[in-house]
Design a protein around this ligand. Structure first.
Ligand SMILES: [Zn+2]
Length: 175
């Protein structure tokens, strides 16, 4: 059973739990609660820009925002980042953040607050090591419909009350 990223690095999924043999999303009801929460949250967040870029430029110049490439944290407390801002996040997580935040939804607010107050990794902080498959490529915004084929139908099949319980905001989705 392989572990896969969907659209963004960070969260890893059991391929067999999320996708059927044809590569389409399985019914949400058969996933465990954590997987389901992550798949739904990811669907909402895939097309968003980097959180840190948004805090920096979102108001005045949204064009400057880079697409997110990585996702950290728990569903609804997650942080999504471009490769430049990933370094700031990793620095914050390792050196600044309160350990009690780990695994909680407060992580997002805490990082956003630190970053908005001007928090940054020191110059030359080398916190992130990952193999870059395409170092010169311009990152593109992942497309939820391509990354999660069939997700719209599966979401439509879930009763509204269930989605409310999961706190999913359908306005963010193009369904
Ligand atoms: Zn960014």
């Amino acid at each position: 059973m392989g572990k896969v990223n969907i659209g963004l690095r960070g969260w890893r999924f059991d391929e067999d739990e999320v996708f059927d043999d044809d590569g389409r999303v399985r019914p949400l009801g058969v996933m465990d609660e954590d997987t389901k929460a992550r798949v739904l949250r990811l669907t909402e967040r895939l097309s968003d820009p980097c959180d840190a870029c948004w805090l920096q430029y979102g108001q005045d110049d949204p064009q400057q925002c880079s697409p997110a490439e990585v996702i950290y944290g728990e569903p609804r407390g997650e942080v999504i980042l471009c490769r430049d801002h990933e370094t700031d996040f990793v620095y914050w997580f390792r050196e600044v953040a309160d350990e009690e935040l780990i695994g909680t939804r407060d992580l997002q607010d805490a990082f956003h607050g630190w970053f908005a107050d001007g928090g940054r990794a020191p110059e030359a902080y080398a916190g992130v090591e990952h193999v870059d498959e395409d170092p010169d490529g311009v990152p593109e915004t992942p497309d939820p419909h391509e990354e999660l084929p069939g997700i719209e139908e599966e979401i439509e099949r879930v009763a509204d009350e269930d989605l409310e319980a999961l706190d999913v905001d359908l306005d963010d989705l193009d369904v």
